[in-house]
Design a binder for this molecule. Structure first.
Ligand code: AMP
Length: 319
């Protein structure tokens, strides 16, 4: 399939790379690194990476803005890190001729002509690296650093079980052959303002637990205002609550008054959560999922379902 994807890339002059809404490091990295690699290989092509960004990922690279897609025809669309069409962040782009998906989420639906899907991969960034490495597409230090940031983001610094032998081989290759500056990438990814660290303390102080090991943090708009943080902050911090002995699943539910929903970020140390989140209109990976809920009553329902999941998990094993 690598050859098929490369041949499509080679044959199109207008290429647009997109990823999922609610950008995270892997979504950002996989899309901009693929754009940068195609541009490096084929400087004459018009290659764009689009979607809503966030200031904290500016260090990774730029996004292409203000494009009038009506002026472009024969577009090849490449979607990274997104399993379903409704979550593709491509406002304004309605017409394209061919499409490719490169994703590591569990399969949800086919919506591209060519789909490279591997849920065993750590990240879409690792998949983009593999694609580049197995085709005439080119790499350089900057592209490797972008992809490294994506891999680090989705493996939570190689703590998660999705960090496989191949993942470490990819990183070893990046260090050996491209001399990537891992300290710089880590600093850029994990540097945070003091307000966020204080908010982390507030979250930790306000974890409530259920009978069977769900930890939950309910964060209201007034909490965000008093700590000077935004509604995305809690989701950025959720991985930091890993390895709490009493918890199997932990989540933050954060009021987003601007968009009129409650952002829920859920993580698990064992029970498979994405199927439960799908029942609540969300989705994601087996051990890292999310949803946008309308009311705190729906959050309570979700917590109940997750608590039942933990109960079944504990009963079915001697964990
Ligand atoms: P987050 O907690 O936002 O970091 O998301 C963790 C994972 O769940 C990512 O793979 C997201 O793509 C996925 N996810 C988050 N929110 C949603 C949602 N509303 N619907 C489907 N998947 C989601």
């Amino acid at each position: 399939m690598y050859n098929e994807i490369f041949d499509l890339i080679k044959s199109y002059n207008n290429i647009v790379v997109v990823r999922h809404v609610g950008v995270d490091p892997d979504a950002m990295a996989s899309s901009i690194a693929l754009r940068d690699s195609i541009k490096l290989t084929f400087p004459e092509k018009n290659v764009l990476a689009i979607g809503n960004g966030t200031v904290r990922f500016n260090f990774m690279g730029f996004l292409d803005k203000g494009i009038d897609f009506n002026q472009m025809d024969n577009i090849l669309l490449i979607v990274t890190d997104t399993p379903d069409k409704k979550r593709v962040d491509m406002e304004g782009l309605t017409h394209y001729e061919k499409s490719i998906k490169i994703d590591h989420h569990p399969f949800i639906e086919k919506f591209c002509d060519v789909e490279l899907i591997d849920p065993d991969k750590s990240s879409a960034s690792e998949m983009v690296y593999d694609l580049i490495n197995n085709t005439p597409l080119l790499l350089n230090k900057q592209i490797c650093e972008e992809l490294f940031a994506g891999i680090v983001g989705d493996t939570n610094r190689f703590l998660f079980s999705n960090s496989k032998c191949e993942t470490f081989n990819v990183v070893a290759d990046m260090i050996k052959n491209y001399n990537i500056d891992i300290t710089k990438v880590y600093y850029n990814l994990y540097r945070r303002p003091l307000s966020e660290v204080k908010f982390f303390g507030y979250m930790a102080n306000n974890i409530k637990t259920t009978e069977n090991g769900v930890g939950f943090m309910i964060l209201r708009n007034e909490d965000l205002i008093s700590y000077g943080v935004d509604s995305a902050t809690s989701g950025n911090l959720i991985n930091e609550f890993n390895n709490i002995g009493e918890l199997l699943i932990w989540l933050s539910a954060t009021e987003d008054v601007k968009n009129n929903f409650i952002r829920v970020s859920v993580r698990s140390r064992g029970p498979v959560i994405n199927t439960v989140l799908e029942r609540h209109g969300g989705g994601g990976h087996a051990l890292a999922s999310g949803a946008k809920l309308k009311t705190f009553e729906e959050v309570d329902e979700l917590i109940k379902d997750l608590d039942n999941l933990c109960k079944d998990y504990l009963e079915s094993s001697d964990k």
